[in-house]
Design a protein around this ligand. Sequence first.
Ligand SMILES: Cc1ncc(C[n+]2csc(CCOP(=O)(O)OP(=O)(O)O)c2C)c(N)n1
Ligand SMILES: [Mg+2]
Length: 382
Amino acid sequence: MAHHFTAYEVEELLPELKASLGLRRFIDEEGNEVQKVPLGPEPLMRMYITMVRARILDEWLLRLQRVGKVALHAPNVGQEAAAAGSAMALREEDWLFPSYRELAAYIARGMNEEEILDRAMANIDDPLRGSEFVVYGHRKYNIVPAPVPVGSQVPLAVGAAMAAKILGHSVVTMAIFGDGATSRADFHAGLNFAGVFRAPVVFVIQNNAWAISMPSRRQTAAKTFALKGVAYGVPGVRVDGNDVIAVYTTASEAVERARAGEGPTLLEAVTYRLGPHTTADDPDRYRPREEAKAMEKFDPIRRLGKYLKARGIISEKEEREIWSEWGERIERIVKRCYEKPPLPPSVVLENVYSEPTWNLEEQMRELEESLEVMKELGIGVE
Ligand SMILES: Cc1ncc(C[n+]2csc(CCOP(=O)(O)OP(=O)(O)O)c2C)c(N)n1
Ligand SMILES: [Mg+2]
């Protein structure tokens, strides 16, 4: 009751308000250092290569969708810094609760191209055994498959963080989601709960300016998304999401705070979705082409590349070699995954219960019988 009639001084909140309204960055669009970069060559190269791998894989996933090998793809292009920079701040034992657009984050967690492609093509080695398309996750890397209802990973990440805290495990969870997800009740319930219970969780909003056809200026009347954290007692920090150094540095501070028992942080990474929402979307119907074209100059990979060259960490030649070597390597993996057989149709009845029930067994027999009949009739089921 002590605080019930207390009036507060605005000065107390000023640092938090400033962080939530500002735009933290270390390098500008041209790769010029605008604030002393606190990182050596090793993490910088790791970030660069992670983003290059995501970009190359993204292009392949688009092509594979066009030839019908992948059902749906949500491109990460332009947002690699936000995804890679935040996920790289986690330790192996931490847990990532991503969305459907975070190729660079899955790679940063250790999931490799083959595992990602097996998943995308739902082939025999698919780690998620044919579950919902565009959903990525892997037990081995503590990546929880993204739920399709937008924003529902937010309270899940909070719950997992609370469980870790209660069990005394030194584990941090991170939820990555879009600007659109902040309009869901899940976001507000998750933030409020995390704030009250000081859950060891980091929230990352990828503000990519769009939620399918809804521009973020219509998503909220608040000045920034990071500001929303302040109201929940969760520090909000707004960063240039196309500056991977800013994302990684801020996310690392947030992860450390969480691990030290100081509670959650809300990070808003201001970025831009250069591609369509998914391969099922046509952005020409709602946003001028010139807008996306003009945003290309903010490309996070080009930006870090320029900085690395200016600092003498790589040469122009080495930069080209990184792209061509990864390009060739990934092409070989694509070819290998392309040839793998699909999952058997029976996977639809797997993973419903840990032990199959009598009715599932019955359905399995019926499925096998109908597949047999279809085969006799020459109706193609691979
Ligand atoms: C609860 C719910 N409503 C609507 C949808 C359909 N939907 C899928 S993605 C999306 C937009 C999400 O935008 P944002 O959160 O900004 O993420 P982005 O796609 O920009 O990365 C919508 C409306 C859904 N999957 N779940
Ligand atoms: Mg969005």
